[in-house]
Design a protein around this ligand. Structure first.
Ligand SMILES: [Zn+2]
Length: 236
């Protein structure tokens, strides 16, 4: 029983997260955006409008390529903030700070980070993390078969989202998903590895810094990305 419970929980969380009414993701995103704006001291971006437009257009192109089914309302918002940062919210809103863009040597590095965030949306890592970590709601939902229970968590979701870090498994899935895209279009994984290494001398890279983040050490991520790219080359 205990084993079934432990192994079954992430699967159940995925099952439910992928079937929630879009309204749940929308409301959660709206409230989480407000919460994060305060928590992370996000202000209006100072980046030139032309640069933002260019990055946004490419972001849309990448979202369509990476998530062809595309049920999400992918959009990108730019913020000025004290730290280089990017994070994804459940309905498709991806936020990026000017500081992160300034750290990039070229746009491909920015796009690598955005591709990583798109996987968090596509795979609904945020809501899945929250559900996995709130077993009581999850089990009740499974027992009653009524997903409106999760919708009923309502206002608790954004706060839980802010507290719940992504698991390393989810981070790796996001890195590999970004790698798949970048390898496919001929960029390789270097742009993502390079910005990861430049982002943070203390070897941490945060989606929303503390919030939404339990990233593996940068060194491990870079090595894992390299190994992943090599394994892909061998299969061709
Ligand atoms: Zn991430």
């Amino acid at each position: 029983m205990a084993v079934g419970y432990i192994w079954g929980l992430p699967i159940a969380a995925k099952h439910i997260a992928m079937r929630l009414p879009p309204k749940v993701a929308e409301v959660t995103t709206e409230q989480a955006r407000y919460l994060f704006t305060n928590m992370l001291d996000l202000k209006d971006s100072k980046l030139p409008v032309k640069r933002r437009q260019k990055i946004s257009a490419k972001f849309q192109e990448i979202a369509v390529a990476m998530d062809p089914g595309n049920k999400h309302n992918y959009r990108l918002e730019f913020f000025a903030a004290p730290i280089p940062n990017a994070f994804a919210l459940p309905d498709g809103l991806v936020c990026i700070t000017d500081k992160l863009i300034e750290k990039a040597k070229n746009n491909r590095e920015v796009y690598g980070v955005l591709a990583h965030e798109i996987v968090h949306v596509r795979e609904q890592h945020g809501l899945r993390s929250v559900l996995q970590n709130s077993a009581v709601f999850l089990i009740w939902t499974l027992m009653t078969g009524d997903i409106s229970t999760v919708a009923g968590m309502g206002s608790a979701l954004p706060a839980m989202l802010a507290q719940t870090g992504y698991s390393r498994g989810f981070e790796q899935e996001a890195d590999f998903g970004a790698a798949d895209y970048m390898i496919k279009i001929g960029w390789g994984t270097k742009p993502l590895s390079n910005i990861l290494q430049r982002m943070d001398p203390e070897q941490h890279f945060g989606d929303a810094e503390e919030a939404l983040s339990s990233h593996p050490l940068t060194g491990n991520r870079v090595k894992t990305l390299e190994d992943y790219e090599k394994s892909k080359q061998q299969t061709h």
